[in-house]
Design a protein around this ligand. Structure first.
Ligand code: DC
Length: 228
């Protein structure tokens, strides 16, 4: 069976990464959470007091940033590393969520991340989730899924996720962060969040995780049948 690239795009907190992780495990494919890459850059900018308007400092910073993923057997998932430091927990915090959309809207940041992501897909057998995977990173991906969910449900999922990590925030703050990120992600000039014309829609509002995973796997089986 020939290996394919699966692009999962969509809004924040629709279950993209959780779905992608499980699809990748079922197919024994690699999984890349591209949001984590932009979060890592945002953390570096935060720590080094780099403003999103300071083009020169950003270009310099991009030469100093090395992002990698290392499988954590305890979590059964990959942890994100920035220059050798495990930053997985730190980049999920709210102060990074508040900053990351501005950082990911900077064109040179996107160019650097897209180039890295394209390198990761050279051998296919990959599930990648993000905002521009089916439109910019892999416009020829064999399977593109565009994920959505009702905003109330997304906010509640995000609240639960943060609570599990020890951050208890008002639902209204979370809704505002999601609303702000949607707006920046959809309206930036470079690689905006946009449904690829040939993407398949998946509304996760009233689906269980098992159903979401099965939805994607059913399409993988269909493509593999068609490609025989
Ligand atoms: O998936 P996430 O919420 O962890 O992503 C964090 C931010 O990164 C999100 O607000 C938009 C940005 N992002 C992006 O611009 N392009 C991607 N391919 C992935 C994420």
């Amino acid at each position: 069976m020939s290996d394919i690239i699966i692009a999962l795009d969509g809004f924040s907190s629709c279950g993209k990464s959780s779905t992608a992780k499980r699809v990748a495990a079922a197919l024994q494919y690699a999984f890349v959470d591209t949001g984590a890459m932009y979060r890592a850059v945002a953390l570096y900018f935060h720590r080094n007091h780099i403003e999103v308007s300071d083009q020169r400092a950003i270009e310099q910073a991009l030469t100093e940033i090395e992002i990698s993923f290392v499988f954590n057997s305890e979590r059964q998932a990959s942890d994100t590393y920035l220059n050798g430091e495990n930053i997985e927990a730190e980049i999920r915090k709210m102060y990074i969520s508040d900053l990351v959309s501005q950082v990911s809207a900077v064109p040179v940041v996107r160019h650097a991340m897209v180039a890295l992501q394209q390198k990761m897909g050279q051998k296919k057998a990959l599930v990648m989730d993000g905002r521009d995977i089916g439109t910019v990173v892999f416009p020829k991906a064999e399977l593109k899924i565009f994920m959505t969910a009702e905003s109330e449900i997304r906010a509640q999922r995000r609240k639960l996720e943060l609570l599990q990590k020890g951050e208890d925030l008002p639902l209204e703050d979370i809704k505002e962060n999601l609303r702000m990120r949607d707006e920046i992600d959809m309206n930036r000039s470079e690689g905006p969040l946009k449904r690829a014309e040939d993407a398949i829609d998946l509304d996760t509002s009233h689906r269980s995780m098992d159903e979401q995973v099965e939805f994607v796997l059913a399409h993988v089986r269909r493509i593999q049948r068609e490609n025989k």
